[in-house]
Design a binder for this molecule. Structure first.
Ligand code: NAI
Length: 332
C-alpha cells in the first residue's frame, strides 16, 4: 500500500481530484490517501496558508497528487505552488504533450516532453520596487548547479525512454550571462549522452517552430518562465489545458499536478475535464512502480476519449466531470 498526500486545491481542484480518486478506487489502486490542503480556503478555515500538517505529510510520504491552487494577481500571498517547488527542490517540471486519437487538434504526430526548470529564473521571488524612482526589478537568477541538474535530467529521461533528441529553448543572444549559463550546462550534459542529438533554439524562433512544425520536437528543456509559457502553448497544440499532465520532481520527492490552473470561470459547475489530473495520476503510478495499473487506467481513458460525447464540453461532449469519470470506470 502506498501512502500519498492528496491536495485537492481550489477552483475546479476538488471536482477533478474526486474524479481521479473514484477512478483509482474502481481500479483498486493500492493507495491510501492522506488529504491535506493549502491556499485561501485553508487560510480562511485554519489561519494557515500552507498548514504545517501538509508539510509534515509531504515530508513523510514524499509523493503527492495535487489539484490547482489560485494565486492572487498583483497582490496578496506568493504562489503556494512555487513555494512548495522551491522548498523541496522539485527542480524538474515534466510536462508531456501528445496528440491523442479522439481529441480534436490542428496537428498530428506530436509527442514531446517539456522539462521546465522549476525553482529558479524569474520565479525566484527576488523582486524590489523603488517607489521614489518608479522602478521595479525582478531578478532572473540562474545558477550553474540548477542548470546542470535540469539539463542532465532532460538527457537522462531521453536516454531512459528511447527518445532521440533534446532541444534547449533559450535567449542566450540577449541574456548573455543567464542564458549562456544554461546553454553551457546543456552542452555539458549532452557530452554525457552522445547517442542523443542536441540542438538549441532561441525562444522566439522556438515558439514559431512549435506552432509551425511541432512534430519535430522530442524532449525540450528550458528555464522557468519560458517553460511556463511553452507548456500552455504545447497544451494548445494537443487539445487544450484539460488534457495535459505534469509532475514536479526532485531527487526524493514528487508532486503530480496538471498544467492547468484553478479555472475559476468553470469552477463548481461540473464542467472541468479530469483528464489532465488523471494523466498526472497515471504518471504518479509509473513513478510508484505500479506500471500495470497505470497502463490499465490509461487504456480506459484512451477508449473514453474516442467517444467525444462521453467527454466534457472542452472536448466537444456534454458529460459532466463525474459522468466522464464513470465512463472511464466502465471501461476499466
Ligand atoms: P487556468 O488554467 O485555470 O484556465 C485557463 C482556461 O482553461 C480557462 O478558460 C479554463 O476554464 C480552462 N481550463 C483549465 N483547466 C481546465 C479543465 N481541466 N477542463 C476544462 N477547461 C479547463 O488559467 P488561469 O485562468 O490563467 O488561472 C487561474 C488560477 O489558477 C490563477 O490564480 C493561477 O495563478 C492559478 N494557477 C495555478 C496553477 C497550479 O496550481 N499549479 C497552475 C496555473 C495557474
Amino acid at each position: 500500500m502506498h501512502v500519498v498526500t492528496l491536495i485537492p486545491g481550489d477552483g475546479i481542484g476538488p471536482e477533478i481530484t474526486k474524479a481521479v480518486m473514484d477512478i483509482f478506487a474502481a481500479a483498486q489502486v493500492p493507495i491510501q490517501w492522506e488529504e491535506q490542503n493549502a491556499g485561501q480556503t485553508t487560510f480562511d478555515q485554519s489561519g494557515e496558508l500552507i498548514p504545517t500538517s501538509l508539510l509534515k505529510s509531504l515530508e513523510k510520504n514524499k509523493v503527492a497528487l495535487k489539484g490547482p491552487i489560485t494565486t492572487p494577481v498583483g497582490k496578496g500571498f506568493r504562489s503556494i505552488n512555487i513555494t512548495l517547488r522551491q522548498k523541496y527542490d522539485l527542480y524538474q517540471n515534466v510536462r508531456p504533450s501528445k496528440t491523442t486519437p479522439g481529441i480534436k487538434s490542428r496537428y498530428e504526430g506530436i509527442d514531446l516532453v517539456l522539462f521546465r526548470e522549476n525553482t529558479e529564473g524569474l520565479y525566484s521571488g527576488l523582486e524590489v520596487y523603488d517607489e521614489r524612482l518608479g522602478i521595479a526589478d525582478s531578478f532572473n537568477r540562474i545558477t550553474v548547479a540548477g542548470s546542470r541538474k535540469i539539463c542532465r535530467a532532460a538527457f537522462a529521461y531521453a536516454a531512459k525512454h528511447g527518445r532521440k533528441k533534446v532541444t534547449l529553448a533559450h535567449k542566450a543572444n540577449i541574456l548573455k550571462m543567464a542564458g549562456t549559463l544554461m546553454l553551457n550546462a546543456c552542452k555539458e550534459a549532452s557530452n554525457e549522452f552522445p547517442q542523443i542529438v542536441f540542438e538549441d533554439k532561441i525562444i522566439d524562433n522556438m515558439c514559431m517552430q512549435l506552432v509551425n512544425k511541432p512534430e519535430q520536437f522530442d524532449v525540450v528543456v528550458t528555464t522557468n518562465l519560458f517553460g511556463d509559457i511553452l507548456s500552455d502553448l504545447c497544451a494548445g497544440l494537443v487539445g487544450g489545458l484539460g488534457v495535459v499532465a505534469g509532475a514536479n520532481i526532485g531527487d526524493d520527492m514528487a508532486i503530480f499536478e496538471a498544467v492547468h490552473g484553478s479555472a475559476p470561470d468553470i469552477a463548481g459547475q461540473g464542467k472541468a475535464n479530469p483528464t489532465a489530473l488523471l494523466r498526472s495520476g497515471i504518471m504518479m503510478l509509473h513513478y510508484l512502480g505500479e506500471h500495470a495499473l497505470a497502463d490499465q487506467i490509461d487504456k480506459a481513458l484512451d477508449a473514453t476519449l474516442l467517444n467525444p460525447e462521453e467527454c466534457t464540453g472542452d472536448l466537444g461532449g456534454k458529460a459532466s466531470t463525474s459522468q466522464f469519470a464513470q465512463s472511464i470506470i466502465a471501461k476499466l
